[in-house]
Design a binder for this molecule. Structure first.
Ligand SMILES: Cc1ncc(COP(=O)(O)O)c(C=O)c1O
Length: 376
């Protein structure tokens, strides 16, 4: 089977894990946790990084720090993996779903901006926090959100779970990386992400208070140096030293992993030329990583679910892109701004095998199988 997104461990992963086993530092305290946080922060260009047990845990804490809680409103991308919204609900906040824009498939931040300006003008409720998701390795257009922050004090949490290493080019954010322009950024290191620690996540911020509170809340809110005094309801959300050891080794290979993803994207763009598909988006102002290379099938051809089944017969693993949150039972009743673009993306979107170790011949197999599934 040519898999969708498999990790590779051909760097120092085993060596660093062995160092943990030999030293006895296997739990949530240890040199690799500190090193992973330090090196991660340097890699994305943030001042602080706090390692967490998962991307979802990172989002939960970041949202809480940004002010999400009961009677608060958090705006989030409608078209995303459900963990983005679940983390909001863990805080007790209400959810406002925002449709995608067609160019990058990310949150339509202009739509949200105009809604907030209108609502504020008539004294109605506006979001306290925006959780913008940078999906599939492509950054969102954050400019309108930062205007909302400046004008209305709306806090910005970036869900960069899928977009570690992606960024912006040209303009105000030239060279900046996804997860570093809002108040707090969150990343995931689960098994299919660009780097993995098995399960894991990271919070980044330039604010020392947020960083200290994030570390405190992820470690059961124990007052340092105290005899089991806990000054808040904390969480066991820390990353283990064992996982961080894998993370440090994966980080050493990040540049190669991103280069491979970009080569794979170039390969698909050429191989799929002439097929009835729209290739993965890349805005002129974006520097995407193509974490999972995804295309849109033509509306008058077979549906993604049919194509996924056909490809599986040819030993190719593909996946239909997410069902929007407004079509998920826990979020069906949420207030929302449109949702028609998210619907189209789900109805036509397909992710193709994108593992960094995908070989050229395998990519050709994928494109031949896709052409056959599309009947061309
Ligand atoms: C957009 C998005 N947000 C959040 C998460 C949650 O991350 P984790 O699985 O590490 O909890 C994921 C991926 O799994 C994701 O794709």
């Amino acid at each position: 089977m040519i898999r969708l997104s498999d990790p590779t461990f051909d760097g120092n992963e085993a060596r660093y894990v062995n160092e943990c086993l030999e030293s006895g530092f296997v739990s949530s305290i240890g040199p690799f946790v500190d090193r992973f946080e330090r090196e991660f922060a340097a890699r994305v260009g943030a001042t602080y990084a706090v390692a967490c047990a998962s991307g979802t845990a990172a989002l939960h804490i970041a949202l809480q720090l940004a002010g999400a809680g009961p009677s608060r409103l958090v705006a989030v991308s409608d078209f995303t993996f459900i963990a983005s919204a679940n983390a909001i609900r863990y805080t007790g906040a209400d959810v406002l779903l925002v449709d995608s824009e067609a160019q990058t498939w990310n949150m339509n931040t202009e739509l949200l901006h105009d809604h907030v300006v209108r609502e504020a003008a008539r004294g109605a409720r506006i979001p306290d926090v925006v959780e913008v998701v940078h999906i599939l390795g492509h950054p969102a257009d954050v400019e309108p959100l930062l205007e909302l922050r400046d004008r209305f004090g709306v806090r910005i949490v970036e869900d960069a779970a899928e977009s570690f290493g992606a960024g912006w080019r040209g303009g105000r954010f030239d060279g900046r990386q996804a997860g570093t322009v809002g108040d707090l950024g969150c990343y995931s290191f689960n098994g299919n992400k660009i780097i993995t620690t098995g399960s894991g996540g990271m919070i980044t911020t330039d604010d020392p208070e947020y960083a200290a509170k994030a570390k405190h809340l992820t470690t059961q809110a124990k007052v340092p140096g105290s005899a089991y005094l806990h000054d808040a309801v904390g969480y066991n959300y820390r990353l283990s030293n064992l996982s961080a050891a894998v993370g440090v080794a994966q980080l050493e290979r990040l540049t190669d992993l991103i280069d491979r993803k970009r080569q794979i994207a170039d390969g698909y763009a050429k191989l799929l030329d002439g097929l009835p598909v729209a290739v993965a988006p890349c805005a002129p102002w974006a520097d995407p990583t193509y974490w999972l290379y995804s295309v849109l099938l033509d509306a008058d051809g077979p549906a993604p679910a049919t194509v996924v089944t056909e490809l599986a017969c040819d030993e190719v693993e593909a996946r239909q892109v997410w069902r929007p949150l407004h079509r998920q039972p826990p979020y069906a009743d949420c207030e929302r701004l449109d949702g028609s673009v998210a619907d189209t993306l789900h109805d036509r979107g397909l992710s193709l095998p994108s593992s960094a170790q995908l070989e050229e011949a395998e990519q050709q197999t994928v494109s031949v199988a896709l052409a056959s599934a599309l009947g061309v």
